[in-house]
Design a binder for this molecule. Sequence first.
Ligand SMILES: Nc1nc2c(ncn2[C@@H]2O[C@H](COP(=O)(O)OP(=O)(O)OP(=O)(O)O)[C@@H](O)[C@H]2O)c(=O)[nH]1
Length: 537
Amino acid sequence: MILKKMCRQWGVLIHSHWTLKPTSVATWLSNVLFYSDSSVIKKGKATPLQERRMIDRFRLWAKGGDGGNGCWSYQRSRKDRHGIPDGGNGGRGGDVYLECSSALWDFSNLQHHLNAKRGSNGISKNMIGTRGSDKVALVPVGTVIHLVSGELPTLVKNGSIASLDPWEIPISAEDSPSPTEEISQHKDDKANLPNILGVRDVSCSNYEIKESSSPSHVLSRDHLIGCKEVKREQYDRNEIEKQEDQWWEDDNVLWIDDNNEVANEAQFELADGLQHSVAELTEPGQRILIARGGDGGLGNATLSKDTKYRQFMKPKGASKSRTLEDDELFSLIAGKLGSETVLILEMKSIADIGLIGMPNAGKSTLLGAVSRAKPAVGHYAFTTLRPNLGSLHLDDFSVSVADIPGLIKGAHENRGLGHAFLRHIERTKVLVYVVDLAATLDGKSFMPWEQLRDLVLELEHYKVGLSKRPSLIVANKIDERGAIDVYGELKTRVHGVPIFPVCAVLGEGVPELKEGLRKLIQGNETGCLELSNIVID
Ligand SMILES: Nc1nc2c(ncn2[C@@H]2O[C@H](COP(=O)(O)OP(=O)(O)OP(=O)(O)O)[C@@H](O)[C@H]2O)c(=O)[nH]1
């Protein structure tokens, strides 16, 4: 009864005819009292950011959808038993796009294979097949694209591509007859395209296609012959599967095996024929076309308009002398293959200010002190495994601050995930060196000026000139005993950049630091930290 009363007082409804067994109540109470600890509650799907490793390099294989096949049909009537060709063209395959989104941090949501949908086949009554749907994959802001194979990605205007006409018009292949170079044409300027839906209206033998970006060129019907080489049966499936296996093997070695960091980096740098930084996505909403869909094959209605093929379009029996070779015919009506691209995506954080320092220097604590960000803070090195971003509000404007994970000596040789961390510094405008004044007080670590020398060396070894940008120094943990003396010595040993004594935990010295950052961002202070300005014994 007492338990029942307690339950009622706590707002727990217990039906009067329930018989409460003391054991079950005890279990329930113990669950409520002892297991309400958040650490015991099962974690949801979204693991906290610092608990999973950042995937900031990613190998991607993209394929545009194949075009649908053209239709071969005849409209017969009582008066015309042979009929007139009325097979529609196949629909165009979908394209593959990468879209920049500020909602993402890394490539963990991305799939290694991206395939757009195939266009549907043409239908009789001269009906064109529908266009295959596009595949759009989201990538974080600051994604840099390196091309392994395939065509160069094309930047598409910001905004939705939903406005694209689903009835994409299939056209003939490009000048090059090679199937590998078979790239479908842009059809942005529809006014210049013949109305193929109403193929009956096309009397000319030349299409004039004007592209907004490239000079206009004329494709003649003769180029249709070029399609001959794009044949499904010639497309060696085994070869492709072999290549895919190979690719997966490469992929495993290069990127998936987490324990093989250094080998991965080395192989990335040595990757054959890799074209570095062919494109980058820096603003949310930007889209890049990475694989084009193939054009649809031509239906016999379209072909019958061409004098060259007209005689072959007649139904069997009506054709006079020779018939079109099967291969040739197949190449005309088969949908063209979508293009394939292999890319390596790399993420470089974009922030106005980069906080860099040795592990445990207090960078994350400082980020929390200057912004509203709540990064994980721990009294052990490498608490931060991915850059944390925060927004620093100065009176009339705000800037973004990135807390870069701790760098150690040899980071430029990829020690301690050095490359992964150094990469993010490339995009910052201003550098803030955070040094730990208390590091040497226990005799285990380096003096602050030694920390600074090592940091500058690591930056310069990774990329020459990386340290040459407006900088300041934060002398952190000024509250620790003996730190003031170390700070005094630091000022005598390091010149050329402002030094701010700060206690990030208590927020002391933070207003002065913000003022210093404002000057740096506005360009009033431009000094960068040089090795020659650091005095070491
Ligand atoms: N006494 C004192 N301790 C501080 C101060 N700032 C940070 N710390 C402590 O230093 C330790 C490391 O702080 P973090 O902010 O995680 O350091 P970090 O540089 O981000 O470390 P990594 O994640 O390894 O790069 C924590 O135990 C903090 O509480 C400070 O101003 N004074």
